[in-house]
Design a protein around this ligand. Structure first.
Ligand SMILES: [Fe+2]
Length: 361
């Protein structure tokens, strides 16, 4: 079970609990969101004055954002606005908090852990380490890093970008009197903490300082307003695409189907390949989420499947199995040879006379 939808949540209304696990004694936490299967979580943590711990690592990717006070890590003074991305297995230097500080801690893969170590784990992806003061060390950039984009008046600083998943962590702000009049949803989960100020969304009302949300994919949010502006820390867990529309009543299933319709229209050959997962072919994808006998429903453009250009693209069949059909005997021989000689291989999926019991790759 991934993390549930939590929105709106105002952490300033909640009390702290004391940590009882090694490496965290002397600190207190509030749970903002939690994956109850994996233990991945977002915490607001108060490190009380005098907190100390030796060098050490965790087995989860960890992100730290200092909200107030100072944290000294391996001799570096991390003041408010400091952001760290610490890949799993990367050892942080000895940590001291002389006068207390508050921070957001994001454990992306599993529950908080701490293992004393002054060296990185041998498998740690240490190149991914980030340490930057988001307030002082970076310029604001326009918020239009993806297209279609949010309305003008939103600015951001990209703190971390994962080249494989396109997950992002960014500081963002809305200018006073910010307005975006449409409704948005994404394929990714989205998370935000309001460091200062407030913003308003049609579905969730006013989110004040200390406001937080964890929003799974395909949930409508917007339109948006911010009367006096806000500054916030945002994160996504994969590629951010803005699906905009103006239907306040659509539900996540309808939004998901509309997103599939975008794929059907814009990348029909990829859609066709995904479609195979629903019938008989590898990969063993999620079955039944897209009704493949006809174009996925799009509540905004109900008849788009009949549009000549859509039909033209969707009906083109660049079969990468054509070769298999033409050379069936050769493929069968190669298959047999691979089996007899213990060679890893894929199966001919065009013959229709095999099962999946003996798949070997
Ligand atoms: Fe969003």
């Amino acid at each position: 079970m991934a993390r549930p939808h939590i929105e709106p949540f105002v952490e300033l209304n909640e009390g702290y609990k004391k940590f009882k696990i090694p490496g965290f004694i002397g600190a207190e936490f509030k749970t903002m969101s939690l994956d109850t299967d994996k233990g991945a979580c977002t915490l607001k943590v108060r490190f009380n004055g005098g907190f100390k711990r030796p060098p050490g690592l965790s087995y989860s990717d960890l992100e730290i954002f200092i909200l107030t006070g100072e944290m000294h890590i391996g001799g570096e003074v991390c003041k408010e606005g400091h952001f760290l991305f610490v890949p799993a297995g990367v050892a942080l230097g000895a940590t001291e908090v002389p006068d207390g500080c508050e921070a957001l801690l994001f454990y992306n893969d599993s529950e908080p852990t701490f293992e004393e170590s002054d060296a990185n784990h041998e498998l740690a992806l240490k190149e991914g380490f980030v340490s930057v003061n988001a307030y002082e060390d970076m310029p604001w950039a326009g918020g239009s890093i993806v297209s279609p984009s949010v309305a003008t008046g939103l600015f951001l600083k990209l703190l971390r970008f994962d080249p494989l998943t396109e997950a992002m962590t960014f500081l963002y702000c809305m200018s006073p009197q910010y307005i975006q009049d449409n409704i948005s949803y994404h394929d990714c989960a989205e998370e935000s903490y309001h460091i200062w100020g407030s913003s308003w969304m049609m579905q969730f009302g006013e989110l004040p300082t200390g406001g937080y949300f964890w929003r799974p994919p395909y949930i409508n949010h917007g339109s948006f307003r911010s009367k006096l502006g806000c500054i916030a820390l945002g994160r996504t867990d994969s590629k951010l695409h803005n699906y905009f529309h103006f239907n306040p009543w659509s539900n996540p299933e309808e939004n998901q189907s509309r997103a599939a319709a975008v794929l059907y229209r814009q990348r029909p050959q990829l859609f066709r390949w995904v479609q195979m997962a629903d019938g008989h072919n590898h990969p063993h994808g999620v079955v039944g989420q897209v009704e493949t006998s006809k174009p996925p429903r799009d509540f905004e453009f109900v008849d788009y499947g009949d549009h000549p250009q859509t039909k033209l693209l969707a009906d083109q069949n660049y079969s990468f199995h054509e070769h298999d059909h033409l050379h069936k005997d050769e493929i069968a021989a190669a298959h047999k040879f691979a089996h007899e000689n213990g060679i890893a291989h894929g199966h001919d999926h065009t013959s229709g006379d095999h099962t999946h019991d003996d798949d070997e790759y």
